[in-house]
Design a binder for this molecule. Structure first.
Ligand SMILES: [Zn+2]
Length: 252
């Protein structure tokens, strides 16, 4: 069942808050889904500085899942350096052509449980378009976001476990994906059992990263590794030939 049928109150709140805060966005409902379209005003210091044409798609299990945002005016080139997703990865909630607001591992930071739709627009969505405007004007952005795709995923795990050794990062992600237990040998390669070594890092990470998400990231990192790290920066899953490579097959 679609979320808006289960929760008509939430739908009403969204319609009313759009009318108040984003009068140039409207919501339409068809048999398949709920979408928001229109002209998105980008604000900086409480002033509208520019606008982008958008389409925002709610998935059937909203608000558990992230709405997908598309820029539909043809203004942002579909390149990985511009943080546009090139392939569908279900576990990442991404679809070909949707904008990449943040890496999936950090969804709970930027789209925490209970965040309103308007706050989502005012926060990460507005930030995304601000970044694009600056990129258009200067060819780079002063706010350094995470790299797109595997590059960003590596940055995230590097911060979590304190190493940029790719093999170790992949072992760590694999352990999250396989729900590693304390008696397993530590991912760090010390030869110790994890409970005597780095088990807390695994336990803490599990609070934020689900097994399905870790499976998707393991796949992305292995593809990255297979590529021989030819393109170190901004190499994402998206730079693979999108029509040939499918997203990871997820176990239920
Ligand atoms: Zn260890």
């Amino acid at each position: 069942m679609q979320w808006h049928k289960k929760n008509p109150k939430l739908l009403k709140i969204i319609v009313e808050s759009l009318r108040e805060h984003y009068p140039d966005l409207w919501l339409d409902i068809d048999k398949q889904s709920v979408r928001v379209r229109g002209s998105f005003p980008v604000t900086a210091n409480n002033k509208i500085i520019d606008r982008f044409k958008v389409l925002i798609e709610f998935r059937s299990n909203y608000p558990k899942s992230l709405p997908r945002v598309f820029e539909v005016g043809g203004r942002i080139p579909h390149l990985r350096d511009r943080h546009i997703n090139e392939i569908d990865v279900p576990a990442y909630c991404t679809k070909k052509g949707s904008v990449c607001l943040f890496i999936a591992e950090e969804a709970s930071k930027y789209h925490p449980e209970g965040i309103s739709f308007v706050d989502f627009l005012k926060g990460p969505v507005n930030d995304f378009f601000l970044w694009q405007i600056e990129y258009e004007l200067t060819g780079k952005a002063s706010v350094k976001g995470r790299d797109h795709g595997a590059g960003g995923t590596i940055e995230y795990y590097k911060e979590r476990i304190g190493t940029d050794d790719l093999d170790q990062i992949i072992r760590f992600v694999d352990y999250i994906a396989r729900d590693a237990k304390g008696h397993w040998p530590c991912y760090c390669g010390s030869g110790q059992r994890m409970k005597c070594c780095h088990y807390t890092k695994i336990l803490n990470c599990k609070k934020e990263v689900s097994r399905n998400l870790a499976k998707a990231s393991r796949w992305s990192l292995l593809e990255y590794q297979k590529s021989g790290n030819l393109i170190k920066r901004s190499f994402g899953i998206g730079s693979l030939p999108g029509d040939v490579i499918k997203g990871p097959i997820l176990e239920k």
